[in-house]
Design a protein around this ligand. Sequence first.
Ligand code: URA
Length: 183
Amino acid sequence: MDIATLHKKICVCQLCDLALSRRVAVPGEGPCPSRIMLIGEAPGKYEDESGRPFVGRAGKLLDEALIKAGIKRNDVFITSVIKCRPPENRKPKRCEIDACNPYLMAQMEILSPNVVCLMGNVAAQTVLGSQGIAALRGKIFSGRFLVTFHPAAVLRNRNLMDAFISDLKMANASALPVLSSAH
Ligand code: URA
């Protein structure tokens, strides 16, 4: 399946009750294939209105961090674990994450990113099955998974910004094509 076909399926998905409350689904956006894939938690109000990922306050902070890490937003694929906004921005339920997970896995397969940035506990737990990001962040797992903060956590605690930027820099450096040593 190609990414456009997958995203069309996501936009009409009825696999969980969030289909009843969403305005629009937010599949994600970015190049395909993609060197770097960023995964957040769930769309919020502005994402639900626009159909685009990370366009609200957390998105503005992500934009700032990407610039400081030397990464162009248009060069990375940005999505979330679940593609529809939970009412009142509550945490996604297990059944919603499970219903949506095949879409996330299919995106990873189609985009074949060199590095997958798991932003926050929900993304880290969904993809790696790990509890709590504290011990995991700032390291690359299985050659391509990097756990970092969710931009909303950095909004709440600006002291995390430098570490967030440094994680994004590490993702960017790890995603570079390996240069041949031939002269
Ligand atoms: N937070 C997320 O996890 N995803 C978005 O798209 C917006 C905010």
